[in-house]
Design a protein. Structure first.
Ligand SMILES: Nc1ncnc2c1ncn2[C@@H]1O[C@H](COP(=O)(O)OP(=O)(O)O)[C@@H](O)[C@H]1O
Ligand SMILES: [Mg+2]
Lengths: 245, 308
């Protein structure tokens, strides 16, 4: 049926919108500049050729900046009431959410690809093993995509962009730190559960250069759960809609 | 065909719609008339599936937009109260995007767009950014957007509000041209617009349907309506006037100034209403500030419906 690929219609519009407005440039510019700074502090000034540690340090940047990408996807749409077009079109909610998510992921992808300038510099003066590169980037990309999905879910709750971005950052931080919290709760199920969910815990093997299939599977499931939840929130709003939220 | 069956909607404590039912048969145009806050926008948002009703249901060509969205919305074009425009896109880009959303085949899009752009008089504006358009043009793009995919059912929320008189005439002419073969429901608080454009009129007041008749049957009661504004007590005046000869109904209209009463009086045609009212008000020492016959059938019906 011809409707099957309409995800790309939403994707193309969203991706274009990132670069018609300053957000796409600001995101990529700030991400690249700050990752350059981290690279300088972490590698250049200490003459270290560690790629995986450098990548792991970019996590903080990702946590801070993904809300900037997601806040406009749903909030701005409601503020400008353009959601009335999407939600009354024959496109299903999940196609809308997926198209938007993929557009944000593509912008994120550009920023991640650009960090390879740092990889190239390391390779020039030292060695980067292809396996190490692959594992490092796989883990880093999956973790970034997980933050993006989480933020898409969180920002879907309000139409005010600034509170949405702050809440998204808080959620990122919380999910990233759960394993630290796990040390403080009774051992057994609560601690295990926190460790299981913690995004940092899932990313850790990749920093050590290990390809963890359990983690890959976890990240993919996490993304699917967040996107599904995001669809549910939009669906529920039709029933509850009040002016203020 | 649009069927609204027993729809109610609450926003928290506010009951915006109460048990609303109406039908728009295929190829007909229905005008939804009501004051601000009557619930028009809420009803149209429910018809298009943007909001879910608290009770009742809607069927578009037999499909419920909440249960079978892809089928129900395939043949639906919606112009919401605020046209849903992406300011960073050009007119042409935007309409191309909407056409793709409405499942127009890629190959057919260029010809389809040309047709819509011509119909809505946007040819010269194609390359402009939506964010730079004036209110009138934004409304036209909003209408153009609703036409993408050539839907059978059009839902238009106050399509002419905020436009200048020339634009209003143009948009009305466009709607009239479109109405051939399409099923249309549009809201308005403008009586002459409804009279010009629709086959059937529904009056919505405080969330309830007060009247639902073919436009041709409006005002066949043969009554004469007198509108008068009098200085005095509402209760005494309404009571006294109810006893005049040939009076059918007396009702106070909302929105009068303090210690003034605006009344709508309905009389038998032979009753000499002005003379009677004048004599009564003189006797009661309640000065008549304004008095006029209302020759407009629809206005009479509307005033009666909302003052009950
Ligand atoms: N999102 C909302 N939250 C709470 N109340 C609302 C909301 N939207 C509309 N209302 C209320 O519902 C009633 C009907 O509003 P609306 O459908 O916009 O009427 P109209 O379009 O006829 O002017 C009004 O009293 C309005 O204040
Ligand atoms: Mg309205």
């Amino acid at each position: 049926m011809e409707g099957g690929f309409k995800v790309t219609t939403v994707f193309k519009r969203e991706f274009m919108a990132y670069f018609r407005t300053p957000i796409g440039y600001v995101f990529i510019g700030v991400f690249t500049a700050l990752s350059g700074l981290l690279f300088y502090l972490n590698n250049l000034s200490t003459l270290s050729g560690e790629l995986l540690i450098f990548l792991s340090q970019l996590t903080l940047l990702v946590m801070l900046l993904t809300p900037v990408l997601t806040m406009r996807l749903l909030c701005e749409e409601r503020q400008r009431r353009t959601d009335q077009l999407l939600l009354t079109s024959p496109l299903s909610l999940w196609k809308i959410v997926l198209g938007k998510y993929l557009a944000a992921a593509a912008v994120m992808g550009i920023a991640i690809v650009l960090t390879n300038v740092c990889t190239a510099i390391i390779a020039l003066y030292g060695t980067v093993y292809p396996g190490e590169w692959f594992v490092g980037y796989l883990g880093f990309a999956l973790q970034s995509l997980a933050f993006l999905a989480l933020d898409m879910f969180v920002t879907g709750f309000t139409k005010n962009q600034v509170p949405a971005a702050i809440a998204a950052f808080a959620a990122n931080f919380l999910l990233w730190m759960l394993d630290l919290l796990a040390d403080k709760v009774p051992a057994g199920f609560p601690a295990d559960a926190l460790n299981f969910i913690s995004l940092y815990g899932r990313y850790e093997p990749f920093i050590l250069g290990q390809l963890s299939f359990a983690s890959v599977l976890y990240f993919i499931t996490f993304i699917a759960v967040c996107l599904t939840a995001s669809v549910r929130v939009m669906d529920a709003r039709r029933f509850s809609q009040g002016g203020s939220a | 065909m649009i069927e609204v069956q027993g729809v109610s909607k609450r926003y928290g404590g506010v009951e915006a719609l109460r048990n609303v039912s109406l039908t728009v048969p295929n190829g007909k145009t229905l005008g939804l008339l009501g004051q601000n806050g009557a619930g028009k926008t809420t009803l149209l948002n429910i018809i298009t599936g943007y909001l879910a009703p608290t009770a009742g249901r809607v069927l578009i060509d037999g499909y419920d937009p909440l249960l079978e969205p892809e089928n129900a919305k395939r043949e639906l074009g919606y112009l919401p109260e605020h046209p849903p425009l992406y300011d960073e896109m050009t007119v042409e880009e935007y309409l191309r995007f909407v056409s793709a959303l409405k499942l127009v085949q890629g190959k057919a899009i260029p010809a389809h767009l040309r047709e819509i752009i011509r119909k809505t008089g946007l040819t010269e504006m194609q390359e402009r950014l939506l964010g730079h358009l004036s209110k009138g043009y934004r409304q036209r793009v909003g209408l153009a957007q609703a036409l993408c995919g050539d839907p059978d059912v059009l839902v238009l929320d106050e399509p002419t509000v905020g436009l200048d008189p020339k634009q209003i005439t143009e948009i009305r002419a466009l709607i009239r041209r479109l109405s051939a073969g399409k099923t249309i429901i549009f809201s308005s608080h403008n009586l002459s617009e409804v009279r010009q454009l629709c086959d059937r009129v529904v009056i919505l007041h405080r969330g309830e349907v007060k009247l639902d008749v073919p436009i041709g049957e409006v005002g066949q009661s043969g009554a004469v309506t007198l509108l008068c504004t009098v200085q005095g007590s509402e209760k005494r005046l309404v009571a006294a006037m109810s006893h005049l000869d040939g009076v059918r109904s007396v009702s106070a209209l909302p929105g009068a100034q303090e210690d003034e009463v605006a009344l709508s009086l309905s009389f038998d045609p032979a009753a000499l209403p002005e003379k009677q009212v004048f004599t009564l008000c003189s006797a009661m020492s309640t000065p008549i500030l304004r008095m006029a016959r209302c020759d407009d059938d629809l206005e009479q019906v509307f005033l009666k419906a909302i003052s009950e």
